[in-house]
Design a protein around this ligand. Structure first.
Ligand code: ADP
Ligand code: MG
Length: 140
């Protein structure tokens, strides 16, 4: 299982670009880690690497729940942090999104494993101090 260490936001964005290069055209990617671990930062790099938007155009979907990037859409960026019940998640229509030729990045998705496809990529992020992050990738 590939394990990476980054020492700045910029390095995490660069790692996201590298990860993007090995993703299949259609993928569900869980970004797993505490608040501030760098999930949204890594998403910026993945979105950039897929050529869908620049990092500063990518913002956290915590309140908006789903953002789309690219035209046609290449990346969906989802944040389930504020949702508590499975039926709230079901109402988002993720099943339909999973059918599309797109990469779906999901923060806090591990809280609803039964609503996710079994063949998903999981990326774990952990803060090891102010700027140090350990990032492990499984499934691709
Ligand atoms: P999350 O989505 O997991 O809550 P964010 O990506 O929104 O986290 O925030 C990560 C925060 O940590 C940002 O303020 C970022 O500047 C800071 N940071 C410091 N070092 C790193 C690093 N190596 N990788 C990613 N973010 C870092
Ligand atoms: Mg976030």
């Amino acid at each position: 299982m590939p394990l990476y260490q980054t020492a700045s936001e910029e390095e995490t964005i660069a790692l996201g670009e590298q990860i993007a290069a090995r993703l299949p055209r259609r993928a569900v990617v869980l970004l797993i880690g505490n608040l501030g671990a760098g999930k949204t930062t890594l998403a910026k790099g993945i979105v950039k690497g897929l050529g869908a938007a620049e990092p500063d155009e990518v913002s956290s979907p915590t309140f908006t729940l789903i953002h789309e990037y690219g035209s046609p859409t290449r990346v969906y960026h989802v944040d389930l942090y504020r949702l508590e019940k499975a039926r709230e998640v079901e109402a988002l229509g993720l099943d339909e999104i999973f059918e599309r030729d797109a990469v779906v990045l999901i923060e806090w998705g591990e809280r609803f494993p039964e609503l996710l496809p079994p063949d998903r990529i999981e990326i774990h992020l952990a803060a090891e101090g102010d700027d140090q992050r350990t990032i492990t990738v499984s499934g691709c």
